[in-house]
Design a protein around this ligand. Structure first.
Ligand code: NAD
Length: 275
């Protein structure tokens, strides 16, 4: 019997088949789970409905387990509520919710944090951090006892990662929100955790400069490599399942140990440090 047999939940943040949310969603379904999925609304003039089609393609082969696919802009409270209403009608209560959403305009992301605009900052914080509060609040009435919320974060929220820039500030806020929500939702027996994943080549990842980080993980991480897709699938599913009952408010690192390093470690052998 799979880990997610008889379990139902919401997956927010699939853009295409490389999205972290799609990797985790497919593992949940391989383990027997049923899901409702949201995607960025299609533009009104987009007759091909590209956003919807990319998500359908990403989840091909799991048609029976994807109970609904619906647009969501996390900046719109009424839209968030309508998604929760739909999940309530379809599932009654839900067991898990994955928040795998982030956005910042390139104009604000590709400049030093110092040069980021006020409007760009507000927007990135709204989509990438505040949305976890808005979604968790709206989902309260359908999240059953012992259910789990997981969001996605990156090490740039803890330490300065040049190139990650203001998204690091958003992740610091998201990680703090994770802890405060874990406290607020504790009495309802709802767990809230953040999964801090190593760099992955996705739309959001490449925009935030992760391509440049990949070689660093090979050189610096204690395991001498970056994370694999199956490790993202397994750890994401773990945090959203009963296997992690008792864990809440945690920022869990899935990074082959990169975050424990206080120096470039074995990478030092490859660079001239003036010995
Ligand atoms: N790729 C990485 O290296 C990496 C590492 C650690 C954490 N993360 C985090 O993982 C999460 C998922 O990112 P990804 O790497 O899979 O990239 P992705 O581009 O596939 O996913 C980002 C998602 O956010 C959604 N989104 C953006 N604005 C939205 C809005 N207003 N309303 C609703 N949805 C919106 C997009 O539609 C997309 O589905 C993000 O929080 C990201 O910061 C990524």
């Amino acid at each position: 019997m799979g880990l997610f047999e008889n379990k139902k939940g919401l997956i927010l943040g699939i853009a295409n088949d490389s999205s972290i949310a799609s990797i985790i969603a497919k593992e949940i379904m391989r383990q027997g789970g049923m899901i409702g999925v949201t995607h960025l609304p299609d533009r009104p003039d987009d007759e091909k409905k590209k956003n919807t089609m990319r998500v359908r393609k990403a989840l091909k082969g799991f048609d029976d387990q994807v109970k609904f696919l619906t647009p969501l802009d996390v900046q719109d409270d009424a839209n968030i509520q309508s998604v929760m209403d739909e999940a309530g009608r379809e599932f009654g209560e839900i067991d898990f919710l994955l928040h795998s959403v982030a956005f910042a305009s390139l104009d604000d992301l590709r400049v030093p944090t110092l040069g980021c605009s006020r409007e760009g900052f507000k927007m990135a914080m709204d989509v990438s951090a505040y949305s976890l509060i808005a979604v968790a609040n709206a989902a309260q009435s359908i999240l059953r006892e012992d259910s789990a919320i997981t969001c996605m974060t990156y090490y740039g929220g803890e330490k300065v990662v040049p190139g990650y820039n203001m998204m690091g500030v958003c992740k610091a806020a998201l990680e703090s929100i994770t802890k405060y929500l874990a406290y607020d939702l504790g009495p309802s027996k709802i767990r809230v955790n953040a999964l801090s994943a190593g760099p992955v080549k996705t739309l959001a990842g490449v925009a935030a400069g992760v391509r440049e980080m990949l070689a660093l993980y090979d050189g610096m991480a204690p395991l001498g490599r970056n994370i694999s897709e199956s490790e993202i699938a397994n750890t994401g599913a773990f945090l959203l399942s009963e296997m992690s009952n008792g864990i809440t408010g945690e920022v869990m690192h899935l990074d082959c140990g990169y975050n424990i390093m206080g120096s470039p470690g074995r990478l030092t052998e490859q660079i001239d440090v003036g010995k």
